[in-house]
Design a binder for this molecule. Structure first.
Ligand SMILES: CCCCCCCC/C=C\CCCCCCCC(=O)SCCNC(=O)CCNC(=O)[C@H](O)C(C)(C)COP(=O)(O)OP(=O)(O)OC[C@H]1O[C@@H](n2cnc3c(N)ncnc32)[C@H](O)[C@@H]1OP(=O)(O)O
Length: 167
């Protein structure tokens, strides 16, 4: 694995379709997260159509960025705790158990956003991550995510490709 590859670049193909972070979802946000020391960082530029009140970012997008930034950080943290690269087996696959967001200030839509995160705790199958959103260096939202390792049964259900016939 390249030092520069993003966490999400290592997600196995059959779980790389997430709207927030899947590299294979052409309609999604395709966020890219890296370590920056003990913190993780994602940079994202909102589109004009991500509007809440004109000039400001829709809160659902902010929640989505915090969600996928945090679950990605949880996965990367678990590999790091085991001293393994993210492209090694067995793969850790996390889903969101809980997502909490505090909107502190309106987030300007013009210009890039930075999402930063820090692991608060690794407890068995779950990882608690706190993340915050910065616009021009000002924190506009804070969040906390409990990411839980996906049970194998969930993984099996996720196997059919999106768009595949279900009946
Ligand atoms: C669907 C996409 C899949 C993508 C996979 C990608 C893999 C790539 C690799 C990795 C990066 C990940 C990037 C993905 C990002 C995706 C983001 C999303 O939008 S995810 C979709 C929304 N989330 C769900 O649909 C979960 C639905 N919920 C469930 O399936 C279950 O409730 C689940 C797995 C979360 C827990 O169920 P249990 O039966 O496996 O486990 P129990 O025993 O109940 O809990 C385990 C521990 O977690 C805590 N926990 C569970 N739910 C919690 C909650 N809501 N809040 C706090 N803690 C919770 C429990 O208290 C327990 O902790 P104690 O061991 O007792 O310390």
């Amino acid at each position: 694995m390249s030092e520069k590859s993003a966490f999400q670049d290592n997600y196995p193909e059959n779980v790389a379709h997430c709207y927030g972070c899947g590299r294979l979802n052409g309609h999604g946000h395709q966020i890219k997260t890296h370590w920056d020391g003990e913190e993780s960082v994602t940079r994202y530029r909102p589109e004009p159509f991500h509007t809440a009140v004109p000039g400001y970012v829709y809160g659902g997008l902010i929640a989505s960025l915090i969600d996928c930034h945090s679950t990605g950080t949880a996965a990367a943290a678990m590999y790091r705790a085991e001293g393994r690269e993210m492209d090694t087996q067995p793969a850790f696959r996390f889903v969101t158990g809980s997502l909490h967001v505090d909107y502190l200030k309106p987030t300007p839509i013009a210009g890039p956003l930075e999402i930063r995160g820090r692991v608060k705790a690794i407890q068995g199958r779950k990882v608690i991550v706190e993340s915050w959103v910065l616009a021009e260096g000002v924190v506009t939202a804070r969040g906390e995510v409990t990411a839980v390792q996906m049970p194998e049964s969930f993984f099996a259900a996720a196997l059919p490709k999106p768009g595949a016939p279900t009946a």
